[in-house]
Design a binder for this molecule. Structure first.
Ligand code: G3P
Ligand code: MG
Length: 429
């Protein structure tokens, strides 16, 4: 970990961002302590705040003024957390404002302030390190696994609990590799099951490539203890057939049938987004839709309710996980130990991002402030099922909104009598 005031930071360009290089650890600048915002404001800081206020007023009156000041400092007061699909990325390509938004957080703003941030996506299907390499290239900056959570990240904590598990979803063998990386001891895929008995799925035959990678075993002797849907299924019909077979089995043995359909293994989904935002103009169905469909199918076939569990947003556990990650990230990279007073969560899906942030805000010790963008699942003209604290066009507007709100709060706290507060801004206190 770089120490406070250590010399020049190690820089890593997005183009050369590889897993190995990023595994070397954080690369963020840690400024001298006197440049960090503190929780109390001594007279020196008030003088700085006054100076910043003047700069701010100047910048409001001449918007074309270059905005990057000569020095930057890192705030310990607040932080950002970003959803990815529909906020930063759509269909594998960055949303244009996303690159600028990251630059603003990294210090290219009129206040010369850097703001710590993390990413919390429900997506997955790759290792966190692979996903960060991809995101680094897309956003033209480095993203570390230390600031990243995806839908299946919390499943890591289930690895000790089960011996043999079925892992569903994603491309090829990728999710098996992710699960094994999490420490799952014995990971089975639908491909292994079809390889053992090709009559399992009447309309799906393994490709030669799939056949080669799938593992040969005798499933009459294998007890599958749990089912994990790690990423979106690439073949709903055959994956659902296999999951249904297991749910109706006697204790997780394929080829058996439970009398009352209540002996099957538990099933876990890495998230519950029914729709998500990708390259199509309209939202596309996702893992939550598979979950709904599976529950309906189980009911239709057995007459019983199926209980399933979903991780990801809006689950409180995911936000608790995010809190720990943010705490660790701010400490490791910026030397900040106190929790942020406010976390701005920027998302596009009211049911997961906004709901989760609002509900977590009610129980967290600090403030979690939800910002909804118009670049993803939420469509202007519809009424979101969960109300955000603010709605803006793009992630860049969301970043500016948070920074401006914080700035106004600091002014209010330190300069109540000066009349320097901006009268015409519409930022919610
Ligand atoms: O499949 C991923 C999608 O449902 C949501 O991803 O980044 O919007 O949480 P994200
Ligand atoms: Mg999203």
């Amino acid at each position: 970990m770089p120490s406070v005031g250590s010399g020049r930071p190690r820089r890593l360009s997005a183009a050369e961002a590889t897993q190995d290089k990023m595994a070397m650890g954080p690369t963020v600048v840690v400024p001298p302590k006197h440049l960090m915002a503190s929780s109390t404001l001594p007279s020196e800081s008030i003088a700085t705040t006054l100076e910043e206020a003047r700069n701010h007023i100047d910048s409001l009156s001449s918007p074309s003024t270059p905005s990057t000041p000569p020095e930057t400092s890192i705030t310990d007061k607040y932080a950002f957390a970003f959803d990815i699909d529909g906020v930063l990325i759509r269909g594998g390509k960055p949303i244009p404002e996303a690159i600028e938004a990251m630059r603003v957080l990294n210090g290219q703003n009129e206040y010369g302030i850097k703001v710590p941030y993390i990413f919390v996506t429900n997506g997955g299907g790759k290792t966190e390190a692979e996903r960060c390499t991809q995101l680094s290239q897309q956003l033209e900056m480095e993203v570390s696994p230390g600031q990243f959570i995806c839908g299946h990240t919390p499943m890591r904590e289930m690895a000790e609990r089960y011996n043999t598990v079925l892992v569903v979803g994603g491309e090829g063998e990728k999710c098996r590799q992710v699960a094994e990386g999490y420490g799952f001891k014995d990971v089975v895929t639908p491909g292994d099951i079809i390889k053992d008995n090709q009559d399992t799925t009447p309309f799906r035959k393994l490709t030669p490539e799939e056949y080669k990678h799938s593992r040969a075993r005798n499933f009459a002797e294998v007890k599958i203890e749990a089912i994990f849907v790690f990423a979106d299924s690439r073949d709903w019909a055959s994956d659902q057939q296999i999951i249904l077979d297991l749910l109706m089995s006697k204790g997780g043995y394929l080829g058996t049938r439970s009398k009352n359909f209540d002996e099957g293994p538990p099933v876990f989904f890495s998230h519950n987004d029914v729709v998500w935002s990708t390259s199509h103009d309209l939202t596309r169905i996702g893992m939550g839709a598979l979950r709904v469909s599976l529950e309906a199918m189980f009911k239709a076939v057995t007459g019983k309710e199926l209980q399933t569990t979903a991780f990801g947003k809006p689950q409180i556990g995911t936000f608790e996980f995010a809190t720990r990650l943010l705490q660790q990230w701010r400490e490791d990279t910026h030397g900040i130990t106190a929790p942020p007073e406010t976390v701005y969560f920027v998302g596009d899906t009211p049911e997961s991002d906004i709901r989760g942030t609002n509900e977590f805000d009610e129980r967290a010790e600090n403030s979690w402030y939800s910002i909804l963008v118009r670049t993803g699942v939420y469509q202007e003209g519809t009424k979101p099922r969960f109300q955000p604290r603010a709605t803006v066009d793009t992630v860049l507007d969301a970043v500016k909104h948070g920074i401006e709100r914080e700035y106004q709060r600091r002014l209010r706290e330190t300069l109540p009598q000066t009349g320097l507060l901006s009268q015409d801004n519409n930022v919610e206190p």
